[in-house]
Ligand binder design. Structure first.
Ligand code: 5RP
Length: 264
């Protein structure tokens, strides 16, 4: 692996082999969703506890201080919206040249396996990997499900992750599911867990993050279940403790409670 590729990956995946990526890219097709109306306000208190942020170029330029940030994973696919007909009909929205200009450590793209746009999204991934490998920029593939949240199951996720890895993604982002060890076991590159829409309790998040790590994920790319929590800093610190300090869900919950109560 070339030095640039190694160096970028090392900035994203920490020395313990784990990572906590914070996505704030949701506006690229959902608009200003709850707690992400003002990305700068959402991001700033969370930055010290993240290893990297997943973000579009527009929000990066307008809401992130270039002197005070974390490694960037640049969202480079899009072109759809919640109002449109088909969320799977994404194209590449941002060039590799722009990613380099923004000093991105990686680029991220969604794939939509099993949809009418499966072929296009997979070829977009393959082309992006060709460019990324040319310039030493890792590609993170996102196994997207659009509105079909029920697809978040093994074996669909196992197939999507494996396809992403076969096409050259250096990291794959997918959802936690039952038999998650079969998803990670069938994917020869590191897997990170996304959260999806906010789940009813924070403890459930801590449990699935903990379980996902035990079953082979190297970390998370988790957004709404952090910044839509009532206490986002407490939540990110609890998740960080699971990822980087091997905390149990109960230990992480105790940390959450003490940060929330202003004790830590
Ligand atoms: C949005 C994304 C997000 O990065 C991904 O879904 C993770 O965020 P969340 O944990 O909120 O699902 O790809 O398009």
């Amino acid at each position: 692996m070339d030095w640039g590729m190694q160096n970028r990956l090392a900035q994203l995946i920490q020395a313990d082999g784990r990572c906590l990526f914070l996505p704030v890219d949701h506006g690229y097709f959902q608009g200003p969703i709850r707690q992400l109306e003002c990305p700068r306000k959402t991001l700033e208190p969370l930055l010290p506890y993240t290893d990297a942020i997943f973000i579009t170029r527009g929000v990066l330029r307008s809401c992130v201080d270039p002197h005070k940030t974390k490694p960037i994973i640049l969202r480079v696919s899009g072109g759809t919206s919640m109002e449109g007909k088909n969320l799977a009909h994404e194209g590449i929205t941002t060039s590799m040249e722009e990613a380099l200009r923004l000093n991105a450590c990686a680029v991220g793209i969604s794939i939509f396996v099993g949809t009418d746009y499966e072929h296009d999204s997979l070829l977009n991934l393959a082309k992006l990997v060709d460019e990324g490998e040319r310039y030493g920029v890792p590609v993170m593939a996102v196994t997207a499900v659009g509105r079909e949240l029920e697809k978040r199951e093994f074996p669909y996720l196992a197939m999507s992750c494996r396809i992403a890895a076969e096409l050259g993604a250096r990291v794959v982002k997918t959802y936690y599911c039952e038999k998650f060890e079969k998803v990670t076991g069938g994917c020869p590159v590191p897997v990170v867990i996304a959260g999806g829409p906010k789940v009813p309790t924070g403890y459930e998040v801590l449990k699935f993050v903990h379980d996902g790590i035990k079953r082979g994920a190297i970390g998370v790319n988790l957004g709404r279940n952090i910044w839509q929590d009532e206490y986002p800093v407490a939540m990110i610190r609890a998740i960080r403790a699971i990822i980087h300090e091997n905390a149990t869900p109960d230990q992480a919950q105790n940390l959450y409670d003490s940060v929330k109560g202003g004790k830590t």
